[in-house]
Design a protein around this ligand. Sequence first.
Ligand SMILES: O=P(O)(O)OC[C@H]1O[C@](O)(COP(=O)(O)O)[C@@H](O)[C@@H]1O
Ligand SMILES: [Mn+2]
Length: 640
Amino acid sequence: MSGVNYYSLLKENFENKENVITELINLEAILHLPKGTEHFISDVHGEYAAFDHVLRNGSGSVKEKLAECLDKKTVDIDELATLIYYPEEKIKLEKERKTQEEVKKWYAQQIQLLITVVNYTSRKYTRSKVHKALPSRFSYVIEELLTEKQQESDKQAYIQAIIDNIIQLRQAAPLISALCYVIQRFVVDHLHVVGDIYDRGPAPDRIMERLIHYHSVDIQWGNHDIIWLASMAGSPLALINVLRICARYGNLAIIEDRYGVNLRPLVEYSHKYYQVLDKFSPKLEDETDFSAAEKDSLNKIQQATAILQFKLEGQLIKRRPEFLMDERSMLDFINYTNSTISLQGKIYSLVDFSGPTIDPDNPCELTGEEEELVKNLLLSFQNSEPLRRHMDFLMEKGNMYLCYNGNLLLHGCIPLHQNGDFKSLRIGQTHYSGKSLLDFFEAQIRYSYAHPELSNDFSTDLLWYLWTGECSSLFGKKVMATFERYYIEDKQTHHEEKNAYYRLRNQEAVCQEILKDFGLPITGHIINGHTPVKANQGENPIKANGRMLVIDGGFAKSYQKETGLAGYTLLSNSYGLQLVAHQPFSSVKESVEQQKDILSTKRLVERVENRTRVSQTNIGKKLIQEKKALETLYENYDFY
Ligand SMILES: O=P(O)(O)OC[C@H]1O[C@](O)(COP(=O)(O)O)[C@@H](O)[C@@H]1O
Ligand SMILES: [Mn+2]
């Protein structure tokens, strides 16, 4: 756009020169404010309640603020924190425990305290940002209380009158709730979700809804998010895998009830061909949630989808020789007369292998019935309106990686060779590695998502590669041994060798090479999810002299025995970086009634010498550009 055009358009936003000055002053003020708090969470895996709790307590930030602005000797911080996290539940509990008069007194005290906290936590923001964050219903009252609070001593009676009035009008409870949510919102300015929202846990859909309504968020896709995106983008193979994992973890209700996908034909098909086998028993968080018949059904569906997956994988591997996955076309290596499989020159017996619909002469071919089934499942999945909304949001806010305030955020890894060189993927005549590999993946994902009608094209197939390919930055392992773990007893075959990255990321120099490749300062950090940190075996989430931070949230219940913790989250505020270790979350009820938080211990990763200001952040850089443009407009206002 030519300069004149751009400035003429810009001018339309400003009625006169004075308005330009006001905006310039506003921008200048913002640039000098301390940088807002960033909150990093990863691998939430459908565990809505624990995720929601960590959002409500800001990984311990709420309590920290309370301790800073209130007197611990006179205020019960745990009680106030509980109110801020769960206002409705806490108010209900107090109403049950107290007389009417006591409740009124309690309301008045809480409003006073909350106003102090809102005042304190909003100091980092401009007035206009504070104004926008207030719920419209109470914005006038809250603003009045906030301004009056500043000249407290002589206005105490005035404040008291406002509060009494609110209580009289029976508006205290909703006002308290509003104040609590405003505090939650002010304590964290921006949220990064470093991948794996979906799979294993029961409520990824609720997490998505929470994120859609969250004030500021970005997402780095995880391998488990990619298979859901790939399904929406038209990959039958990805969809079958999603269904297999849902059956394995007893989560088909997400697909069927919450996303409204018709699974009846799949249920009938799997009941027709499969018998219950012990090793396909679903992994359930609570066994008592399921009847015996439901468990049997999940068992059969997992078997059916596993075989469909191996068939479709075989087909894909043959049409994409460039993926170098020939060794993973498992059904082609089976001897169907004696039920053995030949892998890398070794013969293994298959245990409980049941492939009733497999034609030994053409093992990867779907039967007519299966073609029809898979086609209809995909259509139903793609036509789900809530699912489409969630996937659209994942696309809108998501990326393969993100460079943000000097840090590199990515879910899995940067594929490396043993010597630390970037490992490349060759497609046609081009080799992609490091940043260019991730950019290539992202372009293909966006293309595939924009063409949901294509099922077997290169980009849709590449989405599958991202789930399980050796050079996938989301997977980070040589092979995914799903087949071996189901049907081969020898545990050695179950091993999934990790990419060299997971050894080399302990070295500062390696992390710095990666940061450089992404155009970031070598003082930055790589923030990784994906691999649970085995804290109980002494693993340290802070690696490579602080350059590498691994924050697999460990929300997935089935992994908590491996980690001994519910994992880590990270906070970055104007003073530096803090890693937060969480204990497993029990329930909202327990949190409210016993004022239990999930004890979070913090470790300082880095403390900056001078408080970081907005001017030093990504957003600050944009604002500086805006400011320059406005200055030019101001100088030449009459000309445009
Ligand atoms: O625990 P399950 O359901 O068997 O899944 C194991 C599979 O999950 C993976 O670990 C990938 O998932 P993560 O991203 O959670 O690690 C595979 O490497 C592995 O084969
Ligand atoms: Mn992962």
